[in-house]
Design a protein around this ligand. Structure first.
Ligand code: DQA
Length: 148
């Protein structure tokens, strides 16, 4: 099983960025833990890509077609308005889980709406860095059950 993890704008700042909201782990810490889980528990592989640029995220989604079995995405603020990222995810028809570290529903109103949500399997919201692990476990289970 091969999973693509995508992180959108400002997530490269994790650890330094609003630690009271996003915790103290860096993106490298989170990705390192996830890679380890993927290899040791599932014998699979994880590819990670972070970008602050919408078009680069869209290109990475297109390139996942035929290469990866599923996608985990934290689109950052693009969550709330990027129809282009949503359309890219719809185009590649790979099972996708959306994750947000913070509880977006307890924050500003503009964060309550996700334009991505209608086309993903589900969302993981508000569980901090652990959310990435739950997203991985859920996605792997989905992929495995689709192969039975
Ligand atoms: C976020 C929530 C978004 O509203 C915000 O713009 C982010 C991070 C989260 O992980 O909680 O950049 O996606």
């Amino acid at each position: 099983i091969s999973v693509l993890l995508l992180n959108g704008p400002n997530l490269n700042m994790l650890g330094k960025r609003e630690p009271e909201v996003y915790g103290s782990q860096t993106l490298d810490d989170i990705v390192g833990h996830l890679e380890k889980t993927m290899v040791e528990e599932f014998g699979g592989s994880l590819t990670h890509f972070q970008s602050n640029h919408e078009g680069d995220i869209i290109d990475a989604i297109h390139q996942a077609m035929g290469v990866h079995d599923g996608i985990i995405i934290n689109p950052g603020a693009f969550t709330h308005y990027s129809y282009a990222i949503r359309d890219a995810l719809s185009s590649v028809v790979l099972p996708t889980i959306e994750i947000h570290m913070s509880n977006v529903h307890a924050r500003e109103k503009f964060r309550h709406h996700s334009v991505i949500a209608p086309i993903v399997i589900g969302q993981i919201v508000g569980l901090g860095a652990d959310g990435y692990e739950w997203a991985l476990r859920a996605l792997v289970r989905k992929i495995q059950s689709s192969r039975l």
